[in-house]
Design a protein around this ligand. Structure first.
Ligand SMILES: [Fe+2]
Length: 165
């Protein structure tokens, strides 16, 4: 008997989307290590540290996503070859400028956020509040990280939208 107060048949679509998120996170994680190693130029020290901070956070989330799938009583996908097949995030060359690397990561965040919204969409009909809580927090954190990376790409004279009418 299940220890969860949820209907098993409604959880499978949640697990399918969580596995895709897990795959995306693995490719994103390895891309960050790639950029951490290969960054060159005057922003080396800032970005070498920033990419490490991001991949350390990704490593924690990879484990939490896999363990959420196990909590829902399924095996998480675990082969790199399978991750590459279903990930919407692609591998890239390390031969990029610092700005190209940051823009690449911002774009990966968009893809991760899209996948997180699909997880939430499937969690609602399953009444899977544990998954919604976990992934909802990820969305907030990733949006904040994206704001900071986007700010880094701007000129100090650039302006954001005004909220004053
Ligand atoms: Fe390192």
């Amino acid at each position: 008997m299940s220890y969860l107060n949820m209907q098993d048949e409604k959880l499978l679509p949640v697990v399918v989307e969580l596995n895709k998120l897990l795959a995306n996170y693995h490719i994103y994680y390895q891309k960050l290590r790639n950029f951490h190693w290969n960054i060159l130029g005057e922003n080396f020290f800032d970005l070498h540290i920033k990419f490490e901070e991001l991949y350390t956070d990704a490593r924690t989330k990879i484990d939490e996503i896999a363990e959420r799938i196990l909590t829902l009583r399924y095996h998480p996908m675990s082969n790199l070859s399978d991750y590459l097949k279903i990930s919407s995030i692609n591998e890239v060359s390390p031969l990029q400028s610092d700005k190209e690397m940051v823009n690449e990561i911002i774009n990966d965040h968009k893809l991760l956020l899209e996948q997180m919204k699909l997880v939430i969409d499937k969690s609602e009909p399953a009444s899977d509040e544990g998954t919604m809580d976990l992934i909802g927090a990820y969305i907030r954190e990733l949006e904040k990280a994206s704001w900071m990376l986007n700010a880094w790409t701007k000129d100090s004279k650039d302006k954001l939208k005004s909220s004053v009418m």
